[in-house]
Design a protein around this ligand. Structure first.
Ligand SMILES: [Zn+2]
Length: 265
């Protein structure tokens, strides 16, 4: 008799897609195997025993059985309930944002334990009273760094000179910030100007992510930081994020005067 090999994985659910009539296909980020797909059979039916574990952001141990197409979930144990994203739409948008980035950027079946640890750390941190916008900036720069896509921020990526101007040109195609001199010599179509304080904040959060609890900056500048990171991701991933639109729309609805114009969508 054929007995399928079943092995447990520690995982966070990045996304749950409806699959066929009654199933869900989960995109998991696991400690043991990196990104994997796993089928939760029957989990679109509310009373199905796998249903509670098939939601974005669930942290659980899943027992996976090897199957021809996708691994099949045979059992699970929820390790942590993240509750803030169920009551705070900004926290939900921020965590979905990072889930989308992980789904796009992480290769299949390539374990990265340090990345996994960091993702869990950030997931747990969002449960506190941290501002989702700061959390999102910190999580993104740490992710970029772990993926080897860390931009140069406080020094010119061409000549290495320390940047001192108040407004800084940032071009993902050359790796980040440019000094005035190099900027004037190059014509880079993807360059955009950002306040120095934005670059400094991103750098500080990369260096010490816990500063997201205390670092202060005008709200508008946090959104500039997200724009910079968005440009950088777009260059590396070659797609625009669905989460970015959601995030901008959400913030436009909730801000009395929106600093984000429709043209920035
Ligand atoms: Zn330079």
């Amino acid at each position: 008799m054929f007995v399928p090999r079943i092995a447990p994985v520690s995982a966070i659910v990045l996304r749950a897609l409806p699959w066929r009539e009654k199933d869900r296909l989960l995109i998991l980020f696991t400690k043991e195997r990196g990104k994997v797909f796993a089928l939760a059979q029957g989990s679109q039916i509310p009373q199905n025993r796998l249903a509670p574990a098939t939601q974005t952001g669930i942290i659980a141990t899943f027992w996976l059985a090897k199957a021809r197409e996708f691994d099949r979930i045979t059992d699970y144990r929820i390790e942590r309930f993240l509750t803030r994203m169920r009551r705070d739409v900004f926290a939900l948008a921020a965590s979905s944002f990072v889930a989308e980035l992980l789904e796009l950027a992480m290769p299949m079946e390539m374990p990265d334990e340090e990345m996994f640890k960091e993702v869990l750390w950030f997931a747990t941190k969002l449960e506190g009273d941290i501002q989702p916008v700061k959390w999102l900036v910190a999580a993104q720069i740490r992710l970029l760094w772990r993926l080897g896509w860390m931009p140069r921020l406080l020094a010119c990526c061409i000549c290495g000179e320390v940047i001192e101007s108040e407004e800084v040109a940032f071009a993902p195609s050359v790796g980040g910030s440019l000094c005035g001199n190099c900027w004037s010599k190059k014509s880079l179509s993807d360059a955009q100007f950002f306040p120095y304080s934005v670059l400094q904040a991103i750098y500080s959060l990369w260096h010490q992510p816990l500063l997201m609890e205390t670092l202060h900056m005008r709200f508008y500048l946090w959104h500039r930081a997200l724009e910079l990171l968005r440009n950088h991701w777009r260059y590396h991933l070659e797609v625009d994020l669905k989460s970015w639109r959601v995030w901008v729309q959400l913030n436009s609805l909730h801000l009395p005067i929106s600093p984000l114009k429709p043209s920035q969508l």
